[in-house]
Ligand binder design. Structure first.
Ligand SMILES: NC(=O)c1ccc[n+]([C@@H]2O[C@H](COP(=O)([O-])OP(=O)(O)OC[C@H]3O[C@@H](n4cnc5c(N)ncnc54)[C@H](OP(=O)(O)O)[C@@H]3O)[C@@H](O)[C@H]2O)c1
Length: 239
């Protein structure tokens, strides 16, 4: 999205990051980082910076900032929408168990020790401490701090996109028996799901909670269409 917007003349874009990663990927537009201070803080920022258009393009599991955006726009005079990629659906050959959160996913592993690929990201990896009988392979961009307290854990530090061949290799080399994943949607992290299907292992899938609030588009193309409409209607009104 940022790449598409950077190429547009006449738009003054600012990208807001939560500030979770120590070394974020370079961006083609100016960036600000860190929380606003709740919905009120975000509303204040939007007014102070005279923002005309808000696009909530946050991660589908970053529910709080999306709810804050929904509340904040009610107190501001601006246009807003969310870009939310569709969730993945299981296809023939998938063995999925859908759960509501990471704690449920860890509980669903059961009593018998398993070799588990925990692909939920760093922030919720600690839920694995509740089931120390399993061996976990935890993948995240930044280190998990503090480390898990379970006796058997291996950390993999890497940033997507991930390729199918690498995911297959990772699952087979480590003899992974189950994956815990979030239903993030999109292409960049789907390879592990496809790899699980090919190898024939279960995926415990943490499903999203619906975030009420802003109108939603599902693709960058649809978002650009909305932006074009927004810009041309302002030009017609002479704003
Ligand atoms: N945020 C990400 O970049 C990200 C990336 C990958 C995955 N996730 C997933 O989302 C889950 C929750 O992540 P989270 O705690 O970052 O999100 P969150 O629960 O929605 O947000 C928590 C707080 O972080 C700040 N924040 C979040 N996104 C922001 C942004 N783009 N710009 C400025 N401030 C922002 C806000 O603080 P204030 O209330 O102070 O404004 C917000 O209330 C994670 O477990 C992970 O699964 C998030």
């Amino acid at each position: 999205m940022a790449t598409s917007l950077a190429a547009r003349i006449g738009l003054d874009v600012i990208l807001s990051l939560a500030g979770r990663t120590a070394d974020p990927a370079p961006q083609p537009v100016p960036v600000r980082s860190g929380g606003f201070g709740g919905a009120e803080g975000l509303a204040r920022y939007l007014r102070d910076e005279k923002i005309d258009l808000l696009i909530d393009a946050t991660h589908p599991f970053a529910a709080r900032i999306s709810a804050n955006a929904g509340q904040a726009v009610g107190h501001c005079d601006l246009t807003a929408f969310a870009l939310r990629r569709p969730a993945w659906s299981s296809v023939e050959g998938d063995d999925w168990l859908s759960v509501h959160n990471v704690a449920q996913a860890v509980a669903a592993l059961g009593e018998a020790p398993l070799r588990v690929f925990l692909a939920t990201g760093r922030q919720e990896a600690h839920q694995a401490n509740a089931a120390p009988q399993h061996h976990y392979w935890v993948r995240s961009v930044d280190p998990v701090e503090p480390p898990l307290t379970v006796p058997n854990v291996s950390y993999i530090h890497s940033r997507g996109p991930f390729r199918l061949a690498d995911e297959l290799d990772m699952l087979q080399r480590n003899r992974i028996e189950t994956i815990i994943a979030k239903n993030s949607g999109g292409d960049t992290t789907y390879a592990k799901i496809e790899a699980a299907r090919r190898v024939g292992i279960k995926v415990i899938m943490v499903e999203r909670m619906e975030t009420p609030g802003l109108p939603v588009v599902e693709t960058v193309e649809a978002a650009l269409g909305r932006i074009d409409h927004f810009v041309s209607s302002r030009m017609k009104r002479g704003v």
